[in-house]
Ligand binder design. Structure first.
Ligand code: LLP
Length: 491
């Protein structure tokens, strides 16, 4: 037992945060395979120590394990293929590029037998540059421009996921003008909304995405926007209606929400097939599979979710007396999230004393008894990880450049931006002797961190390094000051 283990937890810490038994140990589910401490106690990826990564590429830096990304991609494909083999011959897995996309990642996705879900002209451009076949691409978005729709047709996209009646009409018109047929899925809102452990099956539909399945969602009594879209899509000769789509939320741990959505969409699909004498051969159940950001997160393995979803699809199709459509899914976070950590260098440190009764979450404590909270500033922040600010997302961090036997101190890892909400890790126990020049690593930053990064305060966005077979290469170069000034047109 290290000295750290003897430490008491801080009254300022949230209930879920325990003092780690060993501050130097990695909680493995948060990290990519191949990440661990080397004989010198330094964090290393596939044998490459973080000090070397810093020397070569600087900090902040996104460090991604290519084998880990590929393994998670394969895991989803294999697990869903196996669970659905007897139902619809397997599942098409579309990696959701919005989580993180560059040409290297797009090509790994294609190598591993997955397809790619894009949601803008820019993401399509990356896919095209990576040479991903158009037939293996999908295009999402609630406000696709005519140019994006045309580009999708140029690339002969496997599917355009149409989000509204307006858009359906525009897609039909653009395709017709080109003498082509657009392959289309309709995105429906099944009234299921899920987040982490919970889901609500009667969520109201007051949001921008998709076609409502509620029967009062059009002027015509009993007709939903979803049905109106099916009727319209089947009437356009320039549209090939392949099927239906839904996406119920993100960072979901339990399969129940997916199962309820699948059941609802299959019922609707069966009703539409009968009423409009069409066959809808495809059903996409979206993404949203959760990952662990802190030791208390316990997501389910892909295989477990796949089996639960397959059971519902199998029994619902049997009850309805229909052949199952070909199922597809769109995981983003669950493939890329844990493949990556962010490496930061520590700068300024300060300790404040806080009365727990005055702390943000109003914990009860003896009045006038204060407790220390250490602020550990790093050389990035909300510009490379906006998720804590945007979603109150929790992360974890460890001292990466060395081990320490110092005692645990409740710490808050903050960035260098001119904003007091610029928090990277709200609550974490770090060794008391963390000092300027130390390197910290924050795991689980592969999804929606680089993707949401910004140049706030004129910080250059970090690069992304991929590690494989003991060597590291930049897959996205970090920005330089010159990049930042390049678009400024001058006086
Ligand atoms: N498919 C559709 C239609 C989506 O809208 C999304 C995510 C996905 C798939 C992939 O979801 P995933 O498997 O990665 O959860 N920025 C937020 C997440 C926004 C998700 C948007 N849509 C965050 O950082 O938590």
């Amino acid at each position: 037992m290290t000295e750290a283990a003897a430490n008491q937890s801080s009254p300022l810490a949230p209930d879920w945060l325990a003092v780690p038994e060993d501050l130097n140990a990695l909680h493995q589910p948060l990290w990519a395979a191949g990440v661990g401490r080397n004989d010198d106690g330094e964090l290393a990826v596939d044998g490459i120590p973080v000090s070397l990564l810093k020397e070569q590429f600087g900090t902040p830096l996104f460090v991604m394990s290519e084998p880990d990304f590929r393994a998670r991609a394969r895991d989803f494909k294999d697990a869903f293929d196996a669970a659905f083999a007897d139902i619809c011959g397997g599942v098409d897995v579309y990696y959701a590029g919005k989580a993180f996309l560059c040409t290297a990642v797009a090509s790994w996705v294609a190598d591993e037998g997955l397809r790619l879900d894009t949601c803008s002209g820019g993401e399509l451009a990356v896919a095209a540059r990576a040479g991903v076949e158009g037939a293996k691409l999908s295009l999402h978005g609630n406000n696709k421009s005519d140019a994006e729709i045309s580009r999708a047709l140029d690339l002969k996209l496997g599917r355009i996921v149409v989000d509204s009646l307006d858009e359906l009409e525009r897609v039909a018109k653009i395709a017709s003008g080109r003498g082509e047929t657009a392959k289309v899925l309709l995105r429906l809102t099944p009234g299921v909304h899920a987040h982490t452990h919970e889901f609500i099956a009667t969520a109201h539909e007051d949001q921008k995405f998709g076609l409502s399945m509620a029967e009062d969602s059009t002027d015509q009594a009993g007709l939903s926007a979803a049905e109106e879209a099916v009727a319209a899509a089947t009437s356009y000769s320039s549209v090939e209606l392949l099927g239906l789509h839904c996406h119920i939320g993100s960072q979901i741990f339990e399969p129940d929400g997916f199962a309820v959505a699948a059941e609802k969409l299959l019922n609707f699909l069966a009703a539409m097939q009968t009423k409009y004498s069409v066959v809808l051969p495809e059903l996409d159940l979206g993404g949203g599979y959760g990952i662990a950001y802190t030791p208390v997160d316990t997501p389910r393995p892909a295989a477990e979710i796949a089996v639960a979803m397959a059971a519902v699809v199998r029994s619902t199709c049997a009850e309805l007396g229909i052949a199952s459509p070909r199922i597809s899914i769109e995981p983003g976070r669950a493939i890329v999230g844990s493949s990556t950590f962010t490496l930061y260098e520590v700068g300024t440190l300060k300790t404040v004393r806080v009365d727990a009764a005055d702390a943000e979450d109003g914990r009860t404590d003896d009045k006038n008894v204060t407790h220390p909270r250490r602020y550990v500033s790093v050389d990035g922040g909300m510009s490379d990880n906006a998720r804590p600010v945007l979603y109150d997302a929790d992360y974890s961090a460890i001292l990466a450049s060395r081990t320490s036997v110092a005692s645990a101190q409740l710490s808050r890892v903050v960035g260098k931006h001119c904003e007091s909400g610029d928090i990277v890790v709200r609550d974490v126990y770090l060794p008391e002797d963390v000092a300027a020049g130390d390197l910290l690593a924050v795991p689980g930053t592969g999804a929606y961190c680089w993707a949401l990064s910004s140049n706030y305060n004129y910080l250059a966005r970090p690069g992304v390094v991929a590690v494989r077979d003991g060597s590291a290469r930049l897959i996205v170069r970090g920005e330089t000051e010159e990049d930042l000034l390049n678009r400024d047109m001058g006086v």
